[in-house]
Design a protein around this ligand. Structure first.
Ligand code: ZN
Length: 435
């Protein structure tokens, strides 16, 4: 055991700057702990409740606040484990425990404080505006490109905003439960922080890697703590292994059905929007023979109001290397500077043309097919099928061109078009290439 832990020291070297964070942290006026409901921050919370002074926290917890950003799509077992194996201790010690979330689609909408108490009993299941709401309204899935933007917008921003609003003028310390396998995340987080908060990463300093902290939490609570993540996270290999995730969906078929609906709506607007890039969630769930989830998904489709959407996308072509090397401006519009095989900016317009029952909406789509003299297509990119009438077709990986179609999908996707869309669309539809 000791030998193994010594080895880990070499496997996960602590960055030099991390050795100095504790000093700044313990002099902060307020010490917050970001409790993300997962095993790492749960373990850290228990350690601090055991020995507050070792972590720079006042022995009566008067300067200590546990804060959770509620994303709205945690699995139920994670919520219950937190209630059953953490909140009791926070309650008995009278630790201030806060739950916050976003309030609306814009940052200007601010945050909602869902709970702020020294006797927490319940993890709030959702706030007024969740990541799933955002995805459903936009008809999209979380993008696998660009990392965990979901957690930046719905987690980090919410927590930072709370800290600034709740403790104006105070020097706020933040405990982050990154484990010793995540030194790179800590380095990145410290860089983004730019000195705004006195951050400390005790699990890294004390060399608790994922396996060690999981053992600690299980010893402590008697529970094999589940991973904390949104059920529709596209990083299934990162947030949870594929078998573990499928087992969880099997346990919560209603969640699986909601995620299947999310994927189906996104694929209606863009058949390339498979949740796992090359593979649909639908395929994984049906390969795993999750009959109940598939049945509940079908039921959701039947109960839904449906809509016909008019979708247009303008795909700008990217700049040639010669344009970039030549120091032309980023929005260079010179002839010959763009390449149809290089991806440029993509602008989208979505407009709801009709709503009604699935049958009524399908009749409307058929009428549009007749009106435009185009066939009604049944695209099996999604196994349930996507009913569509294509007006302008764009092959995969060709840029500097446009696509346009009518498609049938469950209602509720908001009409959306950037101000610049009409001019971008006009330019690419007529001249091609340049967005
Ligand atoms: Zn150029």
């Amino acid at each position: 055991m000791e030998e193994a832990e010594t080895l880990q020291l070499f496997n996960a070297p602590t960055p030099d700057w991390l050795r100095n964070t504790f000093d700044a942290f313990r002099h902060a006026d307020i010490k917050t702990l970001n409790h993300g409901l997962g095993v790492d921050s749960t373990g850290l919370t228990h350690m601090i409740l055991d020995e507050p002074e070792r972590f720079g926290v006042a022995p009566d917890f008067s300067d200590f606040v546990v804060v959770t950003a509620i994303l709205g799509d945690e699995f139920e077992d994670t919520n219950q484990d937190t209630e059953n194996h953490l909140y009791g201790r926070l309650r008995s010690l009278g630790v201030r425990t806060v739950q916050v979330s976003r309030r609306g689609p814009e940052r200007g909408d601010g945050i909602a404080v869902l709970s702020d108490t020294r006797s927490p009993t319940r993890v709030q299941r959702r706030g007024p505006y969740t990541l799933r709401d955002e995805l459903l309204i936009n008809g999209t899935i979380p993008t696998a490109a660009g990392g965990h933007r979901c957690s930046m917008n719905h987690k980090a921003w919410t927590l930072d905003t709370f800290a600034r609003q709740a403790f104006p003028g105070a020097r706020v310390g933040k405990l982050i439960g990154y484990n010793a396998d995540e030194a790179r995340r800590a380095t990145k987080s410290e860089k983004n922080n730019k000195g705004a908060f006195a951050m400390d990463y005790p699990l890294i300093r004390e060399n608790f890697d994922r396996a060690r902290i999981a053992r600690y939490v299980t010893d402590r609570t008697g529970v094999a703590w589940g991973k904390s993540y949104c059920s529709f996270c596209p990083f299934s290999g990162v947030c949870a292994s594929r078998p573990a995730h499928l087992a969880r969906l099997r346990r919560y078929p209603q969640v699986a059905a909601q995620d299947l609906l999310l994927e189906y709506r996104a694929m209606a607007l863009n058949p390339r929007s498979k949740l796992y890039v090359t593979e649909t969630l639908y395929k994984r769930v049906s390969d795993d023979q999750q009959v109940q989830a598939l049945g509940e998904f079908e039921a959701l489709l039947e109960q839904s109001d449906w809509a016909v959407y008019h979708v247009r996308r303008a795909y700008g072509a990217g700049r040639r290397e010669s344009c970039q090397r030549g120091g032309h401006p980023k929005d260079c519009k010179r002839t010959g500077c763009h390449d149809a095989s290089v991806k440029g900016a993509v602008d989208r317009s979505v407009e709801t043309v009709a709503t009604g029952s699935r049958h009524v909406a399908l009749q409307r789509l058929k009428a549009l097919a007749a009106e435009h003299g185009r066939p009604l297509q049944h695209d099996v990119a999604h196994p349930v099928g996507l009913d569509r009438v294509t007006l302008r077709y764009r092959p995969d990986k060709v840029y500097g061109t446009v696509e346009e179609f009518y498609v049938l999908a469950p209602a509720g996707i908001k009409d959306k078009e950037k101000e610049r869309f009409p001019s971008t669309w006009g330019r690419i539809a007529e001249q091609g290439l340049i967005a």
